[in-house]
Write a protein that binds this ligand. Structure first.
Ligand SMILES: [Zn+2]
Ligand SMILES: [Zn+2]
Length: 120
């Protein structure tokens, strides 16, 4: 699957998961993650579990990382990658995700430094 932001091959870095359906709706490659979020997704303390990590809206989309897994079956080792959405998984609302999808992610400002006028 291609990266949702730059449309290059995303590899297995981070998935974008619709938390209602549980379906993977996109991916973010490592380059885009570092460019847009820096290390905040990897090092931040995200434990809310329901709201957007960058604004007060509902965190409709989770951004879990793909983790390699090995499984032994009949003496053979199978390797695969899987993601798991937990309360510590960073989340985005549809608005924040939509902003990331702009054609030139390099020009988008840091989500954290922005101020929004939210209606609640
Ligand atoms: Zn990308
Ligand atoms: Zn948001």
């Amino acid at each position: 699957m291609d990266c949702t932001l730059c449309h290059e091959d995303a590899g297995f870095n981070r998935a974008i998961v619709d938390t209602l359906s549980g379906l993977e709706v996109g991916r973010i490659c490592l380059n885009c993650e570092l460019e847009v979020f820096g290390y905040s997704l990897q090092r931040g303390f995200w434990s809310d579990g329901s709201s957007c990590s960058f604004c007060p809206r509902d965190g409709h989309f989770a951004l879990p990382t793909w983790e390699p897994e090995t499984e032994e079956r009949d003496g053979d080792i199978y390797c695969s990658v899987a993601y798991e959405v937990t309360a510590e998984t960073p989340r985005l609302c549809d608005e924040c995700l939509h902003e990331l999808r702009r054609p030139h992610p390099a020009s988008s400002r840091s989500e954290r430094s922005r101020r929004r006028n939210e209606r609640r």
